[in-house]
Design a binder for this molecule. Sequence first.
Ligand SMILES: Cc1ncc(COP(=O)(O)O)c(C=O)c1O
Length: 402
Amino acid sequence: MNVTRATFDEVMVPNYNPAAMVPVRGEGSRVWDQNGVEYVDFAGGIAVNVLGHCHPELVKALNEQGSKLWHLSNVFTNEPALRLATKLTDATFADRVYFANSGAEANEAALKLARRWALDKFGEEKDQIIAFNKGFHGRTFFTVTVGGQAAYSDGFGPKPGAVEHCEYNNLEAFEKLISDKTCAVMMEPLQGEGGIISPDPEFVKGVRELCDKHNALLIFDEVQSGVGRTGHLYAYMGLGVTPDILTSAKSLGGGFPVGAMLTTTAIAEHLKPGTHGSTYGGNPLACAVAEKALDIVNTPEVLNGVEAKEALYRELLGKINDKYHVFEEIRGKGMLLGCALNKDYEGRARDFLVESANQHLMVLIAGANVVRFAPSLIIPEEDIREGLARFERAVAAVVEAK
Ligand SMILES: Cc1ncc(COP(=O)(O)O)c(C=O)c1O
């Protein structure tokens, strides 16, 4: 059957507007479309393809598990899920893991757990959830309400209640909002969708202290920042602040859909049998691939390499900016970088994305003012140089058209 981009407009719900070409194959940080045109991939499936496309070890793990056992549901447990959970707890603060299929589902579980924990321990008055402006936590109705972007949560009827927002990196505002009524605080330890905004370490420490003071759980949403992206296995490890609950997805499966919520034994106890669940959570195929991805990412070789790659991006982007004067700053950490546009190009991130595609480069945006790169952690130097040469041509085209 012959399908093209036009088929999308005929048969798909129009909530997405994908690019004009249809990718058919990927290898490492290169992708080919239906016409055989080759692209450099700085988008990484939106911070997912942590080891690039079709990493041979991940393909092998998937094939091996694919000929053994595909699915059981949670009526039974399975070896890949148990191994992955053991490795995640060994590598982090957590003692317990709940598996989901996506970031939103991991966050939904975290929020429900926090509410149940507070209800069990303190009663129904303690229900407030605090989150941050420009935060992003997924598209289920609870997570989109906790996310700090009204554009995504408005227009769907009554929202879940007792959710309040505050400015990121503003400890004074946060201190005014938190109280003994607060059951949980959800934050990204590096805001992704909101524009690649790094946390002030003192702010994060202050949030932790105030959570402790008011008996509120601190939930770190590491769906985008986790699994090596910042050069640490999880971003909290670089901040020196430990959450009570952590959520992970995206890079966790290296491209296979999987999510996880990590927490301590004492908190986990409040999700008793039957209180929450998912048909596919902990699926053996997903967990087998994620186990292999974690084995590869959680090594000094990969994690230490991230810093050098970030330095190369920053150096070459700086040179582009010296020539074209389009960025106010390059921000973010590791392989989650944002080129924030200056006043002259305000609101035009999409133009840079479109011109990059014309130059056969895949990039992302994070809001209207930031061009975002979230490539593979093991992207070769050659691909960084080639991709940024294409990006320079895209920048030149935007500047020329101005
Ligand atoms: C920080 C963060 N949390 C949650 C999500 C939602 O993840 P998913 O799309 O897998 O539901 C995202 C997705 O962009 C994210 O960046």
